[in-house]
Design a protein around this ligand. Structure first.
Ligand code: ATP
Ligand code: MG
Length: 415
């Protein structure tokens, strides 16, 4: 076939889509239990929503965005993440004037021009939550608890929660200066990307995957040792809240999030089970993002959770997704009269909520029965002239071949 799906995208076909439906309904359920309400935002946004002011220094914004001009000459970007859109919608709908905090969840496609590999696509899918309007660490703990709880409900127990603090506007500059001083003598050993990060955002060098940088940052000053009193107290609070909820975690000073807007809390749920792309869920606090996007000075905290990576883990664990739904009953017919009767019956059963099926290819009787088997129907009903006349039907259980006689009225109950 000439036309293929674009590189880095994947079709989700019936052999898998029921798994997606499963995690999506579990996701909606847990969010509702935690008091988060659904928000849906457009697939594309004005580019300046993501490229703000002096500019984000992260790979996502600098190198990975799908940006183009539309026919009206507007610069458009396919959402690379969910938070900025959620913040925009929150501001645009004046939700900030309501009683705070406001808690949202979403379920979105994200687009990033990355090198496709296992667990890394160009169009991928995220679950996310955001809590706007509180700076209390109780909100951070609640956000983390939801992520933790959800992953466990999905049967994922071999995953670690790593937490850290990336500081605030007060303390981050001190760390940045110390880090630059530490790295300056090693500047020539850094990769090209990190050379350009050196001035703009040296903290990202700590997160670089290239081996020469990994070597260069050994023994580097860590943000956790530079936290101001306020950030230190918040980080201690967060730990105490997580302890109170019995959520175990590792303090990991190397957690540096992929977007510049994070302040204070940063966290990731990490596994080594699915190869290199081991971060299933990542998030943190962003106390200036709402203001940066044009809203009031209001804090926020949230996370994004990759559905592809979640499913990879669940499949590895042999999770029971409930299977593809098969027909409860298959109606086979012999003769023109019976066919019309069967259509009426089919329609009646479906309108009563029964998963009923009939052949739409007009196969002969033998072909219809083969087809019923192939579909995995639980019961079959065979309609011939006798059945049309008497209204007495024979229901056959396909698993054990047992047959029972029922009237048309009794059929739904019998199934
Ligand atoms: P990574 O370090 O793996 O690139 P990230 O820090 O860029 O991840 P986030 O921006 O925090 O990821 O997005 C949240 C989650 O979305 C990730 O934890 C991951 O599960 C998922 N994710 C991110 N990028 C991709 C991608 N290209 N393909 C599939 N899933 C992704
Ligand atoms: Mg990334």
């Amino acid at each position: 076939m000439a036309i293929k799906a674009p590189k880095g995208t994947k079709d989700i076909l019936p052999a898998d889509s029921y798994k997606w439906q499963y995690i999506e309904s579990e996701w909606a359920r847990i969010c509702s239990e935690y008091g988060f309400k659904e928000m849906r935002t457009p697939t594309f946004e004005a580019t300046e929503l993501f490229k703000r002011g002096v500019g984000d220094t992260t790979d996502i914004v600098q190198k990975e965005m799908y940006t183009f001009d539309d026919l009206g000459g507007r610069s458009i970007t396919l959402k690379p993440e969910g938070t900025a859109s959620a913040v925009r919608a929150f501001i645009e709908s004046n939700q900030y004037a309501e009683t705070q905090p406001t808690k949202y969840y979403y379920n979105t496609s994200c687009f990033r021009y990355e090198k496709p590999q296992a667990g890394r696509l160009r169009e991928f899918h995220q679950f996310g939550i955001e809590n706007f309007g509180t700076s209390s660490m109780i909100a951070d703990a609640e956000v983390i608890a939801l992520g933790n709880d959800f992953l466990h409900r999905m049967g994922i127990n071999d995953i670690e929660l790593h937490i850290s603090s990336v500081g605030c506007r007060k303390c981050r500059p001190l760390h940045r200066q110390a880090l630059q001083e530490f790295l300056r003598p090693k500047f020539d050993c850094l990769c090209d990307t990190c050379k350009s990060r050196f001035d703009k955002n040296p903290m990202r060098i700590l997160d670089c995957k290239s081996p020469e940088d990994k070597e260069a940052v050994k023994g580097a000053p860590m943000m956790l040792d530079y936290l101001c009193e306020d950030c230190r107290r918040d980080f201690d609070q967060l730990r105490s809240h997580l302890d109170a909820m019995g959520i175990s975690y590792t303090v990991d000073p190397t957690i540096v999030r992929g977007l510049d807007y994070y302040t204070k809390t940063a966290f990731e749920f990490i596994t080594t089970k699915i190869g290199a792309q081991g971060t299933v869920c990542g998030g943190g606090r962003y106390d200036h993002l709402i203001e940066e996007i044009g809203g009031p000075d209001m804090p926020g905290v949230g996370f994004g959770l990759g559905k592809e990576r979640l499913l990879m883990m669940m499949e590895l664990n042999g999770h029971d997704f409930g299977g593809v739904q098969t027909p409860q009953v298959f109606i086979a017919w012999i003769g023109d009269n019976a066919r019309e009767y069967s259509l009426g019956l089919l329609h009646e059963l479906r309108s009563k909520g029964v998963r009923a099926e009939m052949d739409t290819r007009e196969r002969n009787f033998k072909g219809q029965m083969k087809y019923a088997n192939k579909l995995g129907a639980h019961y079959t009903v065979v309609i011939g002239d006798d059945e049309v006349e008497s209204g007495q039907l024979t229901l056959k259980n396909m698993a054990n071949s047992e047959q029972v006689k029922v009237s048309r009225e009794e059929l739904t109950d019998a199934i």
